[in-house]
Structures are given as structure tokens and as C-alpha cells.
Design a protein around this ligand. Structure first.
Ligand code: XIL
Length: 329
């Protein structure tokens, strides 16, 4: 028995992980792959990079799906759900997008082409799509990126509309769940409130949007309590949205001192609180950890000096945090 087995028993649809297939380390690491492909542990997978814009449309109109197909070769063979990630984001954009000279109309055409091509290419192999990722600043205002600066706030409903229109070309496509996904929205506050307004704005226009993904990148000892997370999740479900914890990890702020923040026991408690909050909320469909082992974690590369945020150590033995997840399920 593993995390996905326990999650399903607790009423969730899946317990999942992100993975960086294809990537030099992960691709040849048999011990890693044995865990990744174990459907007792993971019933769902998310490509950490393989479906992002820089990987799928590196030059305008030149679509490259090799990496994504390699990724899908793993889960499909094992009947794992795939949360496809992502269609529109400010980051990991190729320079032809960020330094192009666009008008509102030409950039809309770029979005429409990218979204339509990916939605139709991957079809129902995607259980869900993160249609829009990280559109908000921490204070709840809209992030100043190429999309907002060129198209204005109208780009937000538009990208969901393009995704919905693309489903006409996908048999059974309406079952694919469309999500808005962001970090820092796991606590009630200005950013969480703005995320709720954002998704309501799309829904109120009659455009398909099914859920809110709460990334849940936490720091040991700084994770919101179970009650706080439940209350926050319910603010979204009360408005008719599904929710999911999409990128859960709980990192140490200083890798050279694992007692800071409360140590491994607190990390375990933080995982338990987060997973338990999802279990407590009826429309919380599942939990995904963003990398399951420290060996391939994205954290040290993005937050220098921080790390050890995952539930397996780099040597692929389980941390107390693994038991924290089990305790919540
Ligand atoms: C990260 C990947 O894990 C890294 O490999 C990459 O270098 C940067 O992006 N929020 C997201 C994810 O939505 O796409 C990010 O993934 C982590 C933060």
C-alpha cells in the first residue's frame, strides 16, 4: 500500500507528484522511476517542464512535442492521471514571445494558436489543464507580464475561452478540467481573494473553468494550519469550484541547519496539515507534491541555500514527512 491507495480510501481522486521526464538524471535513474511509476504511491503525475511554452513552441508556429510525449510514455502505460501544466504563464517563455513586437490582435492570435494546438494535441490524455498559471502579484493585483501589458486584463477570460473553443476538436474533451493555478493563495488574504475574483470573472462570463490549483510551496514551520487551509479552500468551493493542492512541498529555509523552523517533525506536521485540509474539504480532489525526492528537487536551484522540501530523501528513503502524509489519509 502507498500514498495513492490511502488517498483514494480517504475520498480523494489521487495522490500525485510532478516529475521531470525527460531530464538527464531522472531518465536513467531506475530506482527513482520505480517509485514514480508505482501507482500505489502515485495515481497522478504532472510534467515539471515538458509541456511549458519553451518546450512546446520554441519558435513561433514550430510545435515540438518530443519531451511531452516521452513524459506521457511513462504515466499512460501505468494508468496515472496527468495534470497537464501549463498553457499560459509569464515564465519559461521563449524569447520570441517576450521580445516580439506585438499588437493586441497579433498576441491574441499567438495565444489562440498555442492553446488550441496543445489542447487538441494532448486531448483527453490530460485529466486537467492548468490553463493559466500565476497571473497575480502577492498584493492581489495582476502581474505585469507580456500578456497583461499587451492585451490588458481581458486576456484572462480570453485564454480560458480559447481553451474551451479548442475542445470542439477533442472527442469527449469537455471532461478535461480547466484550472487557474497559483502560489500564495493558501491563506485567506488579498491574493487568495483576488484569485477568487479572477476565477469568478471567468465563470460569470459563461466560460468553462472548473477548479483552482493551490500550489502550496511552504516553508517548515510557516505552513498555514489545517483549519486555515480548510477555511481558505472552502472560500473557493463555496463559489462552485473544485480545488486541488497542485505543487505541495515544505522546504527548510537553511539546508545547513535542519532544526530551524522545528525540524523534520514540524515538516511532517506541515505535510499532515496540508493533506488533511484537502481531505476535509469535499471538493478538494487531490494532492500533488512537486517532486517527491530531494535528489531532483527544484528548490535549491530556485531558492539558494534552501531545500530538503520533499517526502523522500535524496537516497530514496522516506522522511518523517512521508508518515505525516499517511497520517492525514
Ligand atoms: C519549476 C520546475 O520544477 C523547474 O524544473 C524549473 O526550472 C522552474 O519551474 N511553480 C510552477 C512550476 O508552476 O511550473 C514551477 O516548476 C515551480 C513553481
Amino acid at each position: 500500500k502507498g500514498l495513492n491507495d490511502y488517498a483514494k480510501k480517504a475520498g480523494l481522486l489521487y495522490f500525485g507528484t510532478a516529475a521531470d521526464i525527460p531530464s538527464s538524471g531522472e531518465n536513467t535513474d531506475v530506482a527513482y522511476q520505480r517509485i514514480l511509476n508505482n501507482t500505489h504511491e502515485f495515481g497522478q503525475v504532472t510534467p515539471a517542464n515538458a509541456m511549458k511554452w519553451d518546450a512546446t513552441e520554441p519558435q513561433q508556429g514550430d510545435f515540438t512535442f518530443g519531451a511531452a510525449e516521452q513524459f506521457l510514455g511513462f504515466p499512460t502505460s501505468n494508468h496515472q492521471l496527468v495534470r497537464c501544466h501549463n498553457l499560459v504563464w509569464h515564465s519559461q517563455l521563449p524569447s520570441w514571445v517576450t521580445s516580439g513586437t506585438w499588437t493586441n490582435a497579433t498576441l491574441q492570435a499567438v495565444l489562440k494558436s498555442h492553446i488550441t494546438t496543445l489542447v487538441q494535441h494532448f486531448g483527453t490524455r490530460c485529466y486537467a489543464w492548468d490553463v493559466l498559471n500565476e497571473a497575480l502579484n502577492d498584493n492581489g493585483t495582476l502581474r505585469q507580464d507580456v500578456w497583461l501589458n499587451t492585451i490588458g486584463p481581458a486576456y484572462i477570460p480570453l485564454v480560458f475561452q480559447f481553451a474551451e473553443e479548442a475542445l470542439k476538436g477533442v472527442k469527449g474533451g469537455r471532461r478535461i478540467k480547466f484550472y487557474y493555478n497559483d502560489y500564495g493563495i493558501e491563506n485567506p488574504g488579498p491574493k487568495s481573494a483576488a484569485a477568487l475574483e479572477l476565477v469568478k470573472g471567468v465563470k460569470d462570463r459563461g466560460i468553462k473553468i472548473d477548479g483552482v490549483g493551490l500550489q502550496s510551496h511552504f516553508i517548515v514551520g510557516g505552513t498555514p494550519s489545517r483549519e486555515t487551509q480548510v477555511q481558505n479552500l472552502q472560500s473557493f468551493t463555496a463559489a462552485g469550484f473544485d480545488v486541488a493542492l497542485t505543487e505541495l512541498d515544505v522546504r527548510f529555509s537553511n539546508v545547513s541547519d535542519l532544526s530551524v523552523g522545528g525540524g523534520l517533525e514540524q515538516q511532517s506536521q506541515d505535510y499532515e496539515n496540508s493533506v488533511a485540509a484537502c481531505v476535509d474539504v469535499k471538493r478538494c480532489v487531490g494532492v500533488t507534491v512537486w517532486d517527491f525526492d530531494d535528489k531532483y528537487s527544484w528548490i535549491p536551484g530556485t531558492f539558494p541555500g534552501q531545500g530538503f522540501g520533499d517526502i523522500w530523501w535524496a537516497n530514496l528513503t522516506m522522511k518523517p514527512a512521508y508518515d505525516g502524509v499517511v497520517a492525514a489519509l
